[in-house]
Design a binder for this molecule. Structure first.
Ligand code: MG
Length: 383
């Protein structure tokens, strides 16, 4: 296999935090920490597959955290982090990926751009790790007193995900079994592998205490963005129109390069707008024969995937379909259900409305259908 598999290490017991469950299953912005880590890796375009390494006792918690995500089955970890990673690497032997990213589940705020930086760093090295320079003055303490000031020049704080060439890090882990090393870069170093430093992120917090969790909540809440979308398609010959992913019988069809689902196009553009990521024509050029007759849910899934890849989520969508005919009301529930399914968003967060223009204008003359949409998304703060 070529490509890159991400191992998410989630087998720890989290003894430093109180609570009824290990910290990787504690909620962050209403979702288990582990899910946030799994999602950002799973939706990263350069990551081929994701596998979690879990404690066997946590299977039920894992199943809830990973629900609906397309992941490799989890494997059981060992008594230490190092052993868990080794078992995870061994479990990938048949897949034999070219690259592997090893990530701690308790760093749920990892930005997608940091994952890119690590993978880029692997171009010229056996390994690459994100790290932050130490800026605080370092002291060595003894019995509550300062014993010495430690030179901080050249010191870095290592984060995850750490990226490696799979065969090299697997061999290094096998050779280092039982050595009690605290990260994979140390395992690589012991084997003489070249490991590059790439820029980490201050908010790629490792959650080890309740205080860390509170700080991560601030980052996870992120910023709220609103996007709008608008689209029009002309009526032509046909006996149905696709609207919000639902096939609606009608005396005419809608003309377009794809299935001409004007409502899904408006929602897709609203999501792209909230991301400041251009418009639907930029991502799916009408000149490209690949999209001839395409189901518009593919466009919407692509836009929603971009939100998740940025570590964000869609909070709410509101679409208005503007036409005299066909009547939308009989299909509204099916349209809400379809949006809910495509966007993996609860139906209470998917609004479909319809209006006429009182016989005025091109919609009034039944020349076509217009749709407009508003979407609210939440994005992590990356600055
Ligand atoms: Mg369109």
């Amino acid at each position: 296999m070529t490509g890159c598999v991400a191992l998410v290490v989630a087998a720890g017991r989290g003894t430093r935090m109180a609570g009824d469950r290990p910290k990787q299953y504690r909620p962050l912005a209403g979702r288990p920490l582990l899910r946030a880590s799994l999602e950002v890796l799973r939706h990263h375009p350069r990551v081929t597959a994701v596998r979690a390494v879990i404690h066997p006792d946590d299977r039920a918690l894992y199943d809830v955290a990973a629900e609906g995500l397309d992941l490799l089955p989890p494997v059981a970890g060992g008594a230490t982090r190092q052993e868990s990673v080794r078992l995870g690497l061994d479990s990938l032997a048949e897949l034999a990926p070219e690259l592997v990213l090893i990530h701690d589940a308790v760093r749920p705020c990892v930005p997608s751009t940091l994952i890119d930086a690590v993978l880029d760093g692997l171009a010229g090295a056996d390994g690459a790790i994100p790290a932050m320079p130490v800026v605080d003055t370092l002291k060595r303490g003894e019995n509550g007193r300062v014993a010495a000031t430690v030179e901080r020049a050249g010191l870095w704080r290592a984060q995850t995900p750490q990226g490696f060439r799979y065969e090299a890090i697997r061999a290094a882990h096998r050779a280092a079994a039982g050595a009690g090393l605290s990260d994979d870069a140390a395992v690589a170093e012991r084997a003489g592998l070249a490991v590059a430093l790439v820029p980490g992120a201050e908010h790629n917090i490792k959650i080890t205490t309740d205080d860390d969790l509170r700080r991560a909540e601030l980052f996870a809440a992120g910023e709220t963005r609103v996007g709008t979308g608008f689209d029009v398609h002309r009526f032509g010959p046909g006996d149905h129109a696709w609207l919000c992913g639902v096939k609606v019988p009608h005396s005419h069809g809608l003309i377009g390069h794809s299935d001409a689902d004007v409502a899904l196009h408006a929602v897709t553009d609203a999501i792209l707008g909230a991301l400041a990521a251009g418009d639907i024509g930029l991502h799916f050029p009408p000149s490209d024969p690949l999209w001839a007759g395409a189901a518009s849910r593919r466009f919407l899934e692509h836009a929603a995937g971009l939100v998740v890849a940025r570590g964000g989520h869609i909070r709410h969508i509101d679409v208005t379909i503007i036409c005299e005919r066909p009547k939308i009301a009989p299909h509204r529930a099916a349209m809400v259900a379809k949006l809910s399914e495509i966007l993996e968003l609860s139906p209470e967060r998917c609004s479909v409305k319809a209006t006429t223009t009182e016989g005025l204008g091109f919609t009034g003359r039944a020349e076509g259908i217009a749709a407009q949409a508003v979407v609210t998304i939440q994005l992590p703060i990356v600055e």
